[in-house]
Structures are given as structure tokens and as C-alpha cells.
Write a protein that binds this ligand. Structure first.
Ligand code: MN
Length: 237
């Protein structure tokens, strides 16, 4: 236990229209209110710099964003695949793999959850509506970011379910891709009623969790979000 709050590196987003890298504040806010110090990871593809950055961090939060290049899981790009940011793929995949090797806790949200799987050798569905079906709309475009889109049901005895102390949770949804084949060591922790993977964890690592939904888009007082961010931050101490 260190005599300071955990320092959490947060991956930024790239906006191709303005050529700017930026952060979505709710990730930082939820980390801050639950007892961590969040900082943006510099968007550089120089992996030496990223390696040096990791030496200072107590954990990493892999954020949402554009689709991972299907080349990472050995597939050609389908027409339904969305915008790809190759620089961000380099940054996020390097951070995910090296944080694993360094035993740093990793919390992946939406794209971050998909990055964990793709970086470790798993595959993704490039587009849920065209590849799985349309029983649930995972990108319904509801008025508020915290509006509930669907339920997720946890598998028996996984650490995320234990953290929340419940078998189901109501979640928001902003994605059109999902985990197809789990990477070696990755276990599915929760699915939506249509079978889409909504949460994962690494069975041998002390804290590698991925969520397909966005707990940071819920109010900072949301009990489920508090438990998830607190568990991550506790692992970073
Ligand atoms: Mn969903």
C-alpha cells in the first residue's frame, strides 16, 4: 500500500476532423470521485515512451472509441466495420499487452473491453446487426447516456459478479461490435439476452476486467458504477 492515491493512465480518443486527441471527462470523473488520480496517456506510437509511462502508473483504463482494425484478429475489413484509428490501435494494444506483463490492473470499457480481447489473441464481431442479428439493438441512440438499453446476466462465480453481488444488471449500450472468440485466458463474465458478450475477465491475472457497457456514463452516484470503479482502484493500490 503506497502513501498516495493510485495513478491511473487513461487512453485518449482521436478526432480525425480536427486532428486532435482528447479525453471524455466522465472516465476521469469516476476515477477521481472513487479515490484515484487519473492522467491521460500520451498519444504516441513510440512504444519506448509508452513503456516509460507504464513505469509511473498503478493501473490503466482503456476507454471507448472506434473499431479495432480486424487485421489484429486476422480478418479482412467488412463493409459494416466502422472508422479505424491505426495509431490508437498501436497505443491501446501495446498498453494492454505490456500492462498484463507488468501485472498492472487493466479496466477496459467498450472499445477497451474489445481491445483486451483482440490484443491477447481473441476475435471480434465486426458488426452485430449483420453478423449476429437484431434481437437487441446495442446502439439504440436513447436520449440520455445513462438510459437503460438491455439487461446483462452474469456467469456463475466470476469476480465482476462477486464485486456487484448480483446476477443481473441493467446497462446502457453504445456498440455495434462484440467479442466473437475469447482470447486465451479470457473468460466471459456476462452476456445480454441475445448472447452478446457484455463483460470479460482474465482468469490468471489479478485484475483484467472488460465491460461492453459504459459505467462512466452513469451518474457518479450510481451504485453499480461506484462498485466497479472502486474495485479497479482498490486493485491499483
Ligand atoms: Mn450492449
Amino acid at each position: 500500500m503506497k502513501n498516495r492515491k493510485p495513478l491511473i493512465g487513461v487512453t485518449p480518443l482521436y478526432d480525425p476532423e480536427t486532428d486532435k486527441w482528447w479525453i471524455q471527462l466522465p472516465y476521469m470523473k469516476h476515477l477521481e470521485v472513487n479515490g484515484a488520480v487519473p492522467v491521460m496517456i500520451q498519444p504516441t506510437t513510440d512504444t519506448n515512451t509508452l513503456e516509460e509511462t507504464l513505469k509511473y502508473l498503478d493501473g490503466v483504463l482503456l476507454t471507448g472509441g472506434p473499431d479495432v482494425d480486424p487485421a489484429h484478429y486476422g480478418e479482412k475489413i467488412l463493409p459494416e466495420c466502422g472508422y479505424i484509428c491505426k495509431e490508437r490501435d498501436v497505443i491501446d494494444c501495446f498498453i494492454a499487452r505490456r500492462a498484463m506483463e507488468l501485472d498492472l490492473p487493466i479496466f477496459g470499457i467498450c472499445r477497451g473491453h474489445q481491445v483486451i480481447n483482440a490484443a491477447l489473441g481473441g476475435a471480434l464481431y465486426q458488426d452485430i446487426p449483420s453478423q449476429i442479428g437484431k434481437s437487441i439493438n446495442h446502439r439504440p441512440g436513447l436520449p440520455e447516456p445513462h438510459d437503460i438499453a438491455h439487461t446483462v446476466t452474469f456467469t456463475e462465480g466470476n469476480p465482476i459478479a462477486r464485486c456487484l453481488g448480483r446476477k443481473t444488471v441493467e446497462v446502457n449500450s453504445f456498440h455495434h461490435q462484440s467479442v466473437k472468440t475469447p482470447a486465451p485466458g479470457i473468460e466471459i463474465a456476462a452476456t445480454s439476452p441475445d448472447g452478446v458478450v457484455e463483460a470479460l475477465y482474465h482468469k490468471e491475472h489479478r485484475f483484467v476486467w472488460g465491460l461492453q457497457w459504459h459505467p462512466e456514463k452513469m451518474p457518479v452516484t450510481d451504485p453499480v458504477s461506484i462498485k466497479l470503479f472502486s474495485a479497479f482502484i482498490e486493485a491499483c493500490k
